[in-house]
Design a protein around this ligand. Structure first.
Ligand SMILES: Nc1nc2c(ncn2[C@@H]2O[C@H](COP(=O)(O)OP(=O)(O)O)[C@@H](O)[C@H]2O)c(=O)[nH]1
Ligand SMILES: [Mg+2]
Length: 145
C-alpha cells in the first residue's frame, strides 16, 4: 500500500527594498500579478506532489516575503522568529543593497530561535550588466559568516 508523506519547508526572503524579493517569490509560486511595494510581510505557498514507487510525497513551500525589515522589525518578527532558511538577496548593480546584508544577518541571528539556521546569499538583478559587487566580495562575505 502506498504511503502519503507531508513535508513543509519555510523560507524567508530578506534584503533591501527593490532587490527583487517579491518578483522572485511571485515567480516561484506562479503568481502573475504585477509587483507592488511590500508594506508588510506577505506569506505565499506552493505545493508539489512527488510520486515514488511506494509513496506519494507532498512538499509544501511556505515563503515569507519581507519588506526591508531593518526599518520594520516589528512587522516581520513572526516571519523571522522560527524559520530556518533565509535567502539574503541583493541587487548586483547596487552596492548598498549588499553592504546592508550584514546588519540584516545580525538582526536575524539575534531574533531567531532556531539554532541551525541556513543562510543562502543570492545575487539578483544580473541582467542590467552593471556589477557593483564582485564575485570575490560576495564569496568573502558568504564564507566569513
Ligand atoms: N531588471 C530587473 N528588474 C528586476 C529584477 N527583479 C525585480 N526587478 C524589478 O525591480 C523592481 C523591484 O522589485 P520587487 O520584487 O518589488 O523588489 P522587493 O522590494 O525586493 O520586493 C520591480 O520594478 C521589478 O520589476 C531583475 O532581475 N532584473
Ligand atoms: Mg517586495
Amino acid at each position: 500500500m502506498s504511503e502519503e508523506l507531508f513535508y513543509t519547508f519555510r523560507f524567508s526572503l530578506v534584503g533591501d527594498k527593490g532587490v527583487g524579493k517579491t518578483t522572485l517569490a511571485n515567480k516561484f509560486c506562479g503568481i502573475k500579478e504585477a509587483v507592488s511595494s511590500t508594506i508588510s510581510t506577505q506569506f505565499l505557498s506552493k505545493s508539489l506532489w512527488l510520486s515514488g514507487i511506494n509513496n506519494h510525497v507532498c512538499v509544501k513551500y511556505l515563503l515569507s516575503d519581507n519588506p526591508n525589515f531593518i526599518d520594520q522589525r516589528n512587522n516581520t518578527a513572526i516571519s523571522i522568529k522560527d524559520n530556518a532558511v533565509f535567502f539574503f538577496i541583493f541587487d548586483l548593480s547596487k552596492r548598498a543593497s549588499f553592504d546592508q546584508l550584514e546588519d540584516q544577518l545580525e538582526t536575524i541571528r539575534t531574533n531567531n530561535n532556531n539554532t541551525s539556521q541556513i543562510h543562502i546569499l543570492l545575487a539578483n538583478q544580473t541582467d542590467p550588466g552593471r556589477m557593483e559587487v564582485s564575485i570575490d566580495d560576495a564569496k568573502e562575505f558568504a564564507t566569513s559568516q
